[in-house]
Write a protein that binds this ligand. Sequence first.
Ligand code: SAJ
Length: 425
Amino acid sequence: MEFKKICVMGLGYIGLPTASTFATYGLKVVGVDINPTVLQTLQNGELHIHEPGLRTLVQAAIKSGNLEVHSRPEAADAYIIAVPTPIYKDKRADMRAVIAAAEAIVPYVSPGNLVVLESTSPPRTTVDLVRPILERSGLKAGIDFHLVYSPERVLPGQILRELIENARVIGGIDRSSAEAGRDLYATFVRGEIILTNATTAEMVKLMENTFRDVNIAVANEFSRLADQIGVDVWEAIQLANRHPRIQILNPGPGVGGHCISVDPWFLVEAAPDDAQLIRTARMVNDAQPKFVVNLVRRALGGELSGRRISALGLSYKPDVDDLRESPAIEVARQLSAAGANVTAFEPFKPDFKLAGLETVSSIDEAVAQAEALVLLVNHTALRSINPRTLANLTPARVAVDTVNGWSPESWQVAGFKVFRLGVNA
Ligand code: SAJ
């Protein structure tokens, strides 16, 4: 199947790189977003999201005339839905954006078209939610138009490379739909393209991220056990991982981002009685910030009220500027709620402001009055701090490392008492 013009619904972390990549590979692309600020930012040649190399790619796509951004779709050969699928407070999937995007393209769906759902979605969303909406056009999916589910698996910070190199799963509601999906993504995908059915493709995406969440949860529980038993969890993990078939992940302050902390709930919602381990892993990871706060309390002799703490790092993971669902922010909030005076610094967002938290734009300011320094994100810039230099900038002589980022020996030599997650000092 030949594609000349496509419509990408949603210009976020996935939609914008995808739209821009298709455009630089020669397709006419209409990028659609309902957020006027997003459209204005893009039309001004700016970006609303930060991903290495993305600005250059988007500017090239727009300059080539192949990428246009609008608030509404246009008739095209294919439509890609890449809008957010968050969860409500009660952990149910919020599919409003997918429903709205599918409804927006109904007037344009024509015979021979391909529609792709990329958004991470509960199992059976493509066949039970999206298909009936699209068939309001009077056309039948699988007969008049192709319909597939094809998940993204790119790692934020590596999106542009992985978009092209990663293997791609294409799940069709029938074989000819899957083949049409393959034809579209073969435009730029260099990884293997594997065909399956739509519901299996939805499940594959959820299983990938759920598997990771469960494995992070067991690493976090190992950190609690090690603390109780008097073992250095980091040394133990390193030794265990010398086993040829063991790969234990890293404990930390918790699981953030809009993927790993969200996607497992779609499986819990689909079969609550059969997703006990998945639900428990989510509870373990969501409780990890509390465990870190107790470690800081212990480092400060048992009392947090009135103590001056410098929280270093607020992003949800190292070397990204994304703070969504960040466990580091949750730790800072809980320390503040326990009465501590928290000053936070995020090197990737120095001007970030957060109600109830004092945030500063330099590490010097962050540590100037501190009694304790708490490393919450293993950013390269924070990992490489020289403790001797820092000791001259702060009265603090307590360092709490929640990500195994600092060498305990170097910090002790520089005069700090070091407390580490998963190590009973
Ligand atoms: N984390 C740990 N310990 C670890 C690894 C991660 O505590 O050993 C934490 C991170 O600090 C972060 C959270 O888990 O807070 C999630 O980080 P992540 O490294 O899993 O990465 P994401 O969420 O940015 O990307 C994941 C990736 N999925 C998998 O690795 C299976 C990516 O491939 C997906 O495309 C992405 O979710 C997504 O969009 O679904």
